[in-house]
Write a protein that binds this ligand. Structure first.
Ligand code: GLY
Ligand code: MN
Ligand code: MN
Length: 492
């Protein structure tokens, strides 16, 4: 018998040796990682009292709840009306997560709440009912002269929800307490992406690249922008994305020159380009990828000129990405390419030429056609913190664009003698390129191994035209319904 036991014991030991160590967690943020984030915050800010505020339940219009990114970053908790309290003392942190209590009546309508018990099991944070928050904070504020706040909360700003209402009341009652927002300190941590975050970003961008392919396969003159948006957002959901990370942009013809166009209800025409700027949100992580396509499958010579220039600018910025290089330097590189190209096309007088923004104030003529930044961090927010200059762990977009707004010369530019001279010089080229908008946007990770291009959707002119030449993917389109829309609602 003892032999048997020792044999079994030896087997167990052996099995222990043979079982591989757990694979590194990827594609998720573990409770340990959330704890590390809070502990990194505690180290960064030192002793004191922290209150992080979650978002409120939406008002009674039944839109989906969305947690704010700062709170989600620190807790992973995605139910409404929650708050996190941290007391840091001598390097030791006591934490409590305040959450909505269970309420079977409400849960009939809204689904199960975690309540303090399950939230504790899920997040590893001691749980308590949010109805206790005021009493707990009241007593803590007797012993602290400063309250450090995390979340989209401004003392004295309009009350957003139950939690902010409680915070406002607390601050009123403890008017000797100094209130200090510390979102910046949380954002500094958010700038560097962990392995789990990187994998979520790879996935959400991959879904977005597939959505671009589905969109491209449906482009044709006579189709409506909303048909394309539908294919995009169906693809997002199909692969588990919770929602678009921002309002999907499908801007054709003149709409291609409107930076944040999102009505998406114009019938596309032969000869248009369409700017499609979209991003899935997966596990809370946002993608942000733009392509510009010729609706009929072939770019005109003028569209090619603008497109190639934007693509060259993006390539120039991409080529210098490295640790230690900042967005400003990348933008200077892209801007140099754009300005030289625009001058060659006759759209600006010279790469250095300026125009009068307001009487006596001048800006580069490039700004008439390229009026946004080159890129931004991506993460829980579509515009997420990124290290500046870049370091391994950065996730970001590069998105140059050129927009020849149809009304630029006649409505946008100040009427001054200097501007009149410029307008006369550039009008012939302007008329040739009028109404063309092009943006190309890709997502990247800078890792310890180098630059990782997350969004390899076709982006060279020949690649786009080849993709658009393949058969359409919308055989089940109901012509009659679309025709009804055209006759009754288009243009309304
Ligand atoms: N889609 C928003 C942006 O490109 O920044
Ligand atoms: Mn975008
Ligand atoms: Mn962007």
């Amino acid at each position: 018998m003892p032999d048997r036991i020792s044999f079994a014991f030896a087997l167990l030991l052996l099995a222990g040796l043979l079982i591989p160590p757990p694979a590194p967690v990827s594609g998720q943020v573990t409770t340990e990682e959330y704890a590390e984030r809070r502990s990194a915050l505690a180290t960064a800010i030192g002793d004191g009292l922290v209150l992080a505020v979650g978002n409120a339940a939406p008002p009674q219009d039944y839109i989906p709840f969305h947690q704010n990114s700062l709170f989600r970053y620190l807790t992973g908790f995605t139910e409404p009306d929650a708050a996190l309290v941290m007391v840091i003392e001598g390097g030791e942190t006591t934490e409590v997560l305040f959450v909505n209590p269970r309420d079977p009546g409400r849960e009939t309508w809204e689904g199960l709440r975690m309540g303090p018990e399950r939230s504790e099991a899920e997040t590893g944070l001691p749980g308590r009912s949010v109805t206790d928050l005021t009493a707990v904070m009241d007593s803590l504020l007797l012993h602290h002269s400063e309250l450090r706040l995390v979340g989209p909360y401004q003392p004295g700003a309009p009350v957003m929800n139950d939690v902010t209402q409680r915070v406002d009341a607390l601050i009123d009652q403890h008017d000797d307490v100094r209130v200090r927002p510390i979102n910046q300190q949380v954002n500094a941590l958010r700038a560097m992406k962990s392995e789990g975050e990187r994998e979520l970003l790879r996935r959400t961008v991959a879904i977005t690249v597939e959505a671009h392919r589905q969109a491209a396969l449906r482009l044709a003159p006579g189709r409506n922008e909303f048909e394309i948006q539908a294919a995009i957002e169906a693809t997002f959901r199909r692969y588990g994305s919770e929602r678009p990370a921002f309002a999907s942009i499908v801007g054709s013809g003149p709409n291609s020159t409107v930076l944040h166009y999102n009505a998406n209800n114009r019938f596309m025409e032969d000869g248009d380009v369409v700017v499609i700027d979209i991003g899935a949100s997966l596990g809370g992580y946002a993608a942000d990828v733009t392509r510009t396509y010729p609706v009929n499958g072939r770019f005109t010579p003028e569209q090619r000129d603008i497109y190639q220039l934007v693509r060259d600018a993006q390539a120039a910025a991409e080529a210098i990405v490295a640790p230690g290089v900042g967005m400003l330097r990348m933008n200077a590189e892209a801007s140099r390419v754009l300005a030289e190209g625009l001058a060659e096309l006759g759209l600006i007088e010279s790469p250095e030429a300026v125009f009068e923004v307001a009487p006596g104030q001048f800006a580069p003529q490039l700004r008439l056609f390229y009026m946004h930044g080159l890129g931004h961090g991506i993460g829980l927010d579509v515009h997420d913190p990124a290290p500046e200059p870049l370091e391994p762990g950065a996730a970001f977009s590069i998105e140059p664009g050129l927009y020849v707004r149809p009304n630029l010369l006649d409505e946008v530019i100040e009427d001054t003698p200097a501007n009149r001279r410029m307008i006369e010089a550039i009008r012939p080229a302007f008329e040739r390129y009028r109404g063309i908008g092009v943006r190309i946007e890709d997502d990247y990770l800078l890792t310890e191994e180098g630059l990782e291009w997350l969004s390899p959707a076709p982006r060279e002119i020949e690649e786009l035209e080849a993709l658009l030449a393949t058969p359409h993917a919308d055989e089940d389109r109901n012509e009659e319904w679309i025709e009804w829309y055209r006759q009754h609602l288009a243009g309304n």
